[in-house]
Design a protein around this ligand. Structure first.
Ligand SMILES: C[S@@+](CC[C@H](N)C(=O)[O-])C[C@H]1O[C@@H](n2cnc3c(N)ncnc32)[C@H](O)[C@@H]1O
Length: 168
């Protein structure tokens, strides 16, 4: 399985010491963007407000973007990216394992969002590599292994929603 190219649109709203995107950049695992126009067109954008859920059917797209911003500003910033012609996808029901939002469904940090998406798209090795850079990283897979396995076997986003409904 190919490695996906991971991009972060960095809104410069986080504390650099706690920001998971900055940490992934430190290990050269992502490319950081500070300008919307440098984001590659056609990429998957992990967007919690998207109507369509990510599914293995999206695995032919090679570039994936996370928007690293405060949760308080997601409703303001995501619409600004609509004109970039990106493939907006929501992640299905999964629990956060990071200390800030531990146990909360859907509210993943940037590293967890990438790892979940990579797992669903079939690249478990790349997902594990991302999580290995955080002390809480292994907990994310322990908490979510069963739904992630099920999601990774789905055909399309309709299947994902059906599976999700069994977990909610
Ligand atoms: C709001 S930022 C918060 C980043 C956090 N400050 C950090 O240091 O990682 C998290 C990003 O991960 C992605 N994300 C998180 N949960 C998601 C979900 N349920 N569906 C789609 N994308 C999600 C989105 O791109 C979102 O903007």
């Amino acid at each position: 399985m190919k490695d996906f190219r991971l991009h972060i649109y960095h809104a410069r709203q986080c504390d650099p010491k706690k920001c998971t995107g900055k940490r992934l950049k430190k290990f050269d695992l992502v490319r950081l963007h500070e300008k919307i126009h440098s984001l590659p067109k056609g990429s998957i954008l992990l967007d919690p407000m998207a109507e369509k859920s990510l599914s293995p059917a999206d695995s032919k797209i090679s570039d994936m973007i996370v928007l690293d911003c405060s949760w308080n500003t997601v409703e303001e910033i995501f619409p600004k990216l609509l004109r970039r012609k990106l493939q907006h996808r929501a992640l299905p029901y999964l629990l956060a394992s990071n200390p800030v939002n531990f146990g909360k469904p859907f509210k993943l940090n940037s590293a967890e969002a990438f790892a979940a998406a990579l797992y669903i798209l079939g690249n478990k090795d790349q997902a594990e590599k991302i999580l290995s850079k955080f002390r809480w990283g292994h907990t994310f897979l322990e908490l979510n292994r069963e739904p992630l396995e099920d999601y990774s076997k789905a055909n399309n986003s309709e299947d994902i929603i059906q599976i999700q409904n069994e977990y909610i």
